[in-house]
Design a protein around this ligand. Structure first.
Ligand SMILES: [Zn+2]
Length: 292
């Protein structure tokens, strides 16, 4: 078994560990440790990258025996040997982005339950965008209402606690979703709003999510797939819309084209969009706009 340091401290960026196994597998060096802060792909959240003993960690995966495999790019360097102590460093920008998206998903899914009575059946955290699949289709107005509720929870900056309970204790608690397994369960508790069994890495307070923005939605398998962005990804999307020149902007001076610039940026930000959503993003966009 590998001691999963991220279970109790998702903010741990560096650690020291002892190498249990070090072997060649499929053209890669696979290193197993007694403890690790590296998150392996699971529960919709992708693996961490970083360095181990100065070597690049390019993938991290769960092994069937309960250990965690670190796939390491050794290049021409010697591989870490069993018994050696190695220093690990997580790529924090990638990890924190995953924490924002994953906690944001818990809050958005819980808001959709409380406002719309629709359940999240799956979650995928992608490289650019994340999606949740719902068991029914929501209207644009329902999505806007759930989005507003989710951001209320973000801005209230509620504590997000990690709790460990037995499956018997869990059965007495108001979990959003029935746990898929028994034994000791790790719960993520967004104070007074959501309680879910989850092995992922999460921010310590909801305010660190920053913002939760639904970017688009479509019919999917009898329900609905919702694409959303949290925190830094939402800012990146706004910046890409703001900084992308459009033919209309090129043909008109800033002073006279502000209104049309806003509407063209909004149209490409969210498809489909409602009038109320457009207004809100219009306000958000007005802040970073160039003024003349
Ligand atoms: Zn989760």
């Amino acid at each position: 078994m590998t001691d999963r340091l991220y279970y109790s401290d998702p903010y741990l960026r560096t650690f020291d560990a002892t190498v249990l196994r070090s072997e060649e597998r499929g053209g890669h060096r696979v290193v197993t440790l007694d403890r690790t802060a590296f998150y392996p792909t699971s529960g919709g959240q992708p693996f961490d990258i970083g360095t181990l003993g100065g070597l690049r960690v390019v993938e991290v995966a769960d092994e069937e025996d309960g250990t965690i495999a670190h796939f390491v790019d050794t290049g021409s360097n010697p591989a870490p040997a069993a018994g050696e102590t190695v220093h690990g460093e997580i790529d924090w920008l990638r990890r924190f982005d995953h924490m924002q998206q994953h906690t944001g998903q818990h809050v958005l899914s819980a808001a959709i339950v409380s406002i719309c009575r629709a359940r999240t059946v799956s979650f995928h955290l992608g490289a650019a965008v994340s999606t949740i699949d719902l068991d029914r289709e929501l209207s644009a107005a329902e999505i806007a209402a759930a989005e507003t509720e989710a951001n209320r929870i973000v801005w209230e900056n509620r504590p997000v606690a990690i709790r460990f309970v037995t499956s018997e204790e869990a059965a007495t608690l108001p979990l959003r979703k029935e746990p898929a397994r028994g034994g000791t369960l790790r719960l993520i508790d967004v104070e007074g709003f959501d309680l879910s069994a989850c092995g992922g890495t999460h921010v310590a307070r909801s305010g660190a999510i920053g913002i939760i923005a639904v970017a688009s939605w479509e019919r999917f398998k009898g329900g609905q797939r919702i694409e959303f962005l949290c925190g830094g990804r939402a800012l990146d999307r706004l910046r890409s819309q703001r900084d992308r020149p459009t033919p209309r902007i090129r043909s008109a001076p800033w002073r006279g084209s502000r209104r049309s610039w806003r509407s063209s940026a909004l149209a490409s930000w969210r498809q489909p969009q409602s009038a109320s959503m457009g207004y809100r993003w219009c306000c958000a966009l007005s802040m970073p706009m160039r003024t003349v």
